[in-house]
Write a protein that binds this ligand. Sequence first.
Ligand code: C5P
Length: 247
Amino acid sequence: GQHGDLAGRRVIVTAGGTHEPIDPVRYVGNRSSGKMGYNLAIDARDRGAHVILISGPVALPAPYGVELHQVETAMQMRDVVHSFITNADVLVMSAAVADYRPQVAATQKIKKQTQHEAMGHQDGGALTLHLVQNPDILGELATTLDGDGDASRGSGGISNTPAKKRLIRVGFAAETEHLLEHAREKLRKKHLDLLVANDVTRLDSGFGTNTNKVLIFHADGAMEDLPVLPKTGVATAIWDRIVPLLG
Ligand code: C5P
């Protein structure tokens, strides 16, 4: 019943997890299915938005009427987000972006040490992966935006059309413990307009499920505890809260 309330708006939704290559055949990944993000993209489309869906590798069909950009790594996702950010009204980061990536991706498949080779080593043939931090796509945007003249958001760097319009930023937090504390901390640190938090240890919530039980944290400190809903319903609830924030 929110037909057309995003007409004329350009929204970016990120979805799925990222794959961080170890070598040509292996990656570091996570359990994100992309369902929440795809439902967010579909709902925004149905409300009339121009939707840019930036997706990590998922097993979901491409939604019609949505501009889909497929990426693998966090660094690729960041580049694509940056390429569309200037004209966007909303950025919803529902992707489970890898916090770490292997420092180097081997150019050839890493071979297992033979039993014989391994025997000669103290570690018995163990392999160590050195991981380095990925940039925080949402976090770094928050500190470089200067679109609304809000000094607390800093200035310089990646600029949203200065003094013209403001970008609504929505983050997600998938947590296994201390949900409220971590959610409040992320909302504050990343200067978000909304943060959607879910406890991924619940059977009816989080990775791979078709339902979700979320808490929505608002910038003013308000918190809403939503019931278990299908992910389509959670998507609608999220857009229902974003729309009033748009000027
Ligand atoms: O800090 P954490 O990864 O839990 O924050 C989650 C939120 O930040 C999500 O909205 C996620 O998409 C975003 N994020 C990001 N870049 C990262 C890690 C997370 O934009 N490197």
